[in-house]
Design a protein around this ligand. Structure first.
Ligand SMILES: Cc1cc2nc3c(=O)[nH]c(=O)nc-3n(C[C@H](O)[C@H](O)[C@H](O)COP(=O)(O)OP(=O)(O)OC[C@H]3O[C@@H](n4cnc5c(N)ncnc54)[C@H](O)[C@@H]3O)c2cc1C
Ligand code: FES
Length: 435
């Protein structure tokens, strides 16, 4: 192993201890956690609506949570808020939240006997001094808002998928006085609707510019089309009826099935993530003459069509569709093509914080795991291809990614990879976490 020191091009996201100011119950299964951001860290935690924080709990439980508050809230109050829905048995959403609610220290070590989240009374009071380690905001599930712009936004979400969209709705309608937002929001029943009051308040504030369609699967909704699961037939009905047809920019967030179905309906010509996930990614930039080995849209996040930032040519082949997945299920069992069966060690060089380190790895090891064995401070969270915290730029060699639900096509085309999903296809690799 060798180490060379150079100047870092961009600062690595660094963990900071943030005081927990408040834990408030939203539903029987969900809470908000509010962090007080000290003045000296306000710039580091400035965020765009739709971005997420990463929380470190217990020795090595790292979980991402979308920010439900707005950038304006942070400016005004110095606070930043996330929404957490309980996954039964979950290390943070269940055990960690129960510990906070019960006033235990947030170590994750002593919560075995704490009752389920729904049975812990008195949400809103946290042990004085409760602190969680938190990474600054990350994520690309956002858009460049502009007061001069008039845009029709839409979102299709389910359950906790509303969290980033709450911030997007509040910020978009406040920033762009002529824009509108339509929200299609699926839940089991009224009692499980996260942020019902805040959405109601936004509707009161922007009655003509905000449309909210609650779809309930286990309770009659306002009409038959709003009663039942948010499956393909219901989405088709909604998109062909109650939802305006001229929505220009969509945000999809929820279970993978919902997000993929909605995206297929909104962008029928876009390739699926599965079809493209295992394409080889090389460090060679694409040229005008040569076909590229870099997958053009190797993820679900389709920004290949006009984006908010792109000059408006007047030609539109469909809406812009942003997607965010919280969980993609169990990792793919199969190591991508070309990796298994190959022999010999691979020379891996990587750069982080301006320091270059080298090691060797086997062909079926993920790049992140090999690099972590040398430098434990490398950034990562989900290790499941959904959060992009482990993103780095491939500058030499070729890899295959098992899964990519996080990088934008532009990022992939520029050589960025999810190192937690990448296995080597060549005898040497160089990746740059500072790029
Ligand atoms: C970018 C991003 C943003 C996110 N934003 C939010 C948010 O705003 N609110 C929120 O509540 N969650 C959000 N999540 C999900 C969150 O990070 C955790 O995955 C979730 O809270 C479960 O963590 P845990 O430690 O409680 O469960 P774990 O201990 O990780 O998992 C327990 C069990 O549940 C399964 N599991 C894990 N996650 C899920 C899931 N989401 N659905 C179903 N089964 C699961 C696991 O396979 C495991 O068997 C987000 C994730 C990402 C990547
Ligand atoms: S750690 Fe989340 S995508 Fe790699």
């Amino acid at each position: 192993m060798t180490t060379v020191v150079r100047k870092a091009a961009r600062p690595r996201p660094v963990w900071h201890p943030l005081p927990v100011a408040d834990v408030a119950r939203l539903t029987a299964e969900a809470v908000t956690i509010t962090f007080a951001v000290p003045p000296e860290l306000r710039a580091a935690y400035a965020f765009l609506p739709g971005q997420h924080l990463t929380v470190r709990y217990a020795p090595d439980v790292r979980r991402s949570y979308s920010i439900c508050s707005t950038p304006a809230d942070l400016d005004k109050t110095g606070k930043i808020r996330i929404g957490v829905k309980e996954v039964p048995g979950g290390a943070f959403s269940s055990h960690g939240v129960r510990a906070l609610l019960a006033g235990l220290s947030a170590t994750g070590a002593s919560v075995a006997d704490v009752p389920p989240v729904a049975d812990v009374p008195g949400a809103g009071v946290v042990t004085a001094g409760a602190v969680l380690e938190v990474l600054p905001p990350l994520g690309t599930f956002t858009t460049a808002l502009d007061p001069a712009r008039t845009r029709r936004y839409g979102a299709i979400v389910a359950g906790s998928g509303v969290t980033p969209v709450l911030s997007l709705i509040a910020t978009a309608l406040a920033t762009e006085p002529a824009s509108t937002f339509t929200l299609v929001y699926g839940n089991r029943a009224t009692a499980s609707v996260m942020f019902a009051d805040e959405l109601g308040a936004l509707k009161d504030r922007y009655p003509a510019r905000l449309q909210i369609l609650h779809v309930l699967s286990r309770e009659p909704g306002l009409s038959p089309v709003l009663s039942g699961r948010l499956d393909r037939p219901r989405l088709e009905l909604l998109l062909g009826g109650l939802v305006p047809r001229d929505i220009e920019e969509w945000f999809l967030c929820g279970p993978v099935g919902l997000v993929e179905t909605a995206r297929e309906l909104l962008k029928p010509d876009a390739p699926t993530a599965d079809a493209l996930a295992a394409d080889a990614l090389t460090a060679d930039p694409p040229t005008a003459d040569a076909p590229t080995a870099i997958a053009p849209t190797a993820n679900l996040l389709d920004t290949s069509l006009p984006t908010a930032d792109a000059p408006d040519t007047g030609v539109r082949s469909g809406p812009v569709v942003h997607t965010e997945l919280f969980y993609a299920g169990e990792p793919p069992a199969v190591v991508p093509t070309g990796a298994s069966g190959a022999t010999g060690q691979v020379a891996l060089t990587f750069r982080l914080d301006g320091r270059e380190s080298s090691t060797t790895m086997s062909r079926d090891t993920r790049v992140l795991d090999a690099a972590l064995a040398v430098r434990a401070e490398l950034p990562y969270a989900c290790k499941g291809g959904v959060c992009a915290t482990c993103r780095a730029r491939l500058t030499e060699g070729e890899v295959a990614m098992a899964r990519n639900y996080a990088l934008e096509p532009d990022d992939v085309a520029a050589g960025y990879i999810l190192t937690c999903q990448s296995v080597p296809l060549t005898g040497s690799l160089t990746v740059d976490y500072d790029a």
